[in-house]
Write a protein that binds this ligand. Structure first.
Ligand code: SAM
Ligand code: SF4
Ligand code: SF4
Length: 337
């Protein structure tokens, strides 16, 4: 598909980013995503239901032809997918794909960082909601240990990943106390901590507005300790608002999808591990791509172009309105954030 034929959706948004879930299982049970009392211990679709590496490669090639330049591998916990570096190696060489990144809870990263780097992975985001071991245990559903995540971050740096993003979802009364310690730990390292507003994704996490801490509140609190200045976005559609520390300690980011919706610049498609396309993080259902995928890359390009052209999603801008309020929402662990 030539550039002049790249699809735009109903709101004039092109397709630039793809988030691809490689597995729906996870070794954590974060309460805001996959609460232990709602999702069974052995949750996860059979390997036979997941897209194979061949299917994923065809899919990514098709999405690149539709305009995708940035790919993020996610989950569930993507490092639970066997032979992930082999998949990265195949995707990293796809012509036209400029960026290939991974989001992980970091617990298995120490073992895999070098292989992922050698395979061509360019960037890593590690989710880390707390440094205090007890708060970390509470946030992760008492799975994993914070020391394992920190070891994963160190291993990633040793493997050659320079500037990691560290994502922390902040929930009122649970881990607000961790905001300053996280910055104390990572300021000056080159890594960028990003605080994410607790979102009303899925139907399991018992979301309530009072549990969300607006980014503006955190920003003021942080600025009182370390004065901040705004930093220009690198590109249109960058989801995090960026601030620099006046003292040269690096940057901090805020992802404010609840308090400051950014649907107008949303250029992102998501595909679940079993091959369903979701055109919004808050969609009720996905379009099953497997049958068309079996017909090959050209068929998939035409099909997805049609689906993208019909997209009108802007949930965050409509949040609370009757037309979206009572709709079912896909779970975050199926489409990876
Ligand atoms: N398991 C990996 C991880 O945690 O990094 C990748 C998948 S996880 C679904 C991707 C991101 O979604 C994580 O950074 C997580 O913190 C974020 N997330 C999950 N549920 C969320 C919620 N309700 N609100 C805001 N962010 C959420
Ligand atoms: Fe697992 Fe990531 Fe969801 Fe936590 S946020 S339960 S680590 S998928
Ligand atoms: Fe994109 Fe949907 Fe989020 Fe809006 S609500 S920014 S359309 S994913």
């Amino acid at each position: 598909m030539s550039d002049s034929h790249l699809p735009f959706d109903l709101l004039g948004r092109p397709l630039h980013d793809l988030r691809l879930s490689v597995i729906d299982a996870c070794n954590f049970r974060c309460g805001y995503c996959m609460p232990a009392d709602r999702v069974p211990e052995d949750y996860g679709t059979d390997a036979s239901q997941r897209l194979s590496f061949d299917e994923i490669e065809t899919l990514v090639r098709a999405f690149v032809r539709l305009g995708v330049r940035k790919l993020r591998l996610t989950g569930g916990e993507p490092l639970l997918r066997k032979r992930l570096p082999d998949l990265v190696r195949r995707l990293a060489v796809i012509p036209g794909l400029e960026d290939i990144a991974l989001t992980t809870n970091g617990v298995l990263l120490a073992q895999q960082a070098q292989a992922l780097h050698d395979a061509g992975l360019l960037r890593i985001t590690v989710s880390l909601d707390a440094l205090d071991p007890e708060v970390f245990a509470e946030m992760s559903g008492r799975r994993g240990r914070v020391g394992e995540v920190l070891a994963g971050i160190d291993a990633a740096v040793a493997a050659g990943f320079k500037r990691l993003k560290i994502n922390a979802v902040v929930q009122r009364g649970l881990n607000e106390s961790q905001v300053v310690p996280l910055l104390e730990r990572f300021r000056g390292t080159g890594h960028v901590v990003r605080f994410i507003e607790f979102m009303d994704v899925g139907d399991s996490n018992d979301w309530r507005l009072e549990r969300m801490v607006p980014s503006s509140v955190l920003r003021d609190r942080i600025a009182a300790r370390w004065p901040l200045h705004p930093v220009q976005a690198d590109y249109r559609g960058e989801v995090a608002e960026r601030y620099g520390f006046d003292d040269g300690g690096g940057e901090v980011g805020f992802v404010s999808s609840v308090s400051t919706p950014f649907c107008g610049d949303c250029h992102r498609a998501r595909v679940s591990a079993d091959g369903r396309l979701f055109t919004c993080l808050f969609a009720s259902a996905g379009a099953d791509l497997r049958a068309v995928l079996a017909q090959g890359e050209d068929a998939l390009v035409a099909h997805v172009a049609g689906l993208w052209s019909a997209r009108g999603d802007r949930y965050s801008e409509l949040r609370g309105r009757p037309e979206v309020r009572d709709r079912r929402r896909v779970e975050m662990y199926l489409i990876g954030g």
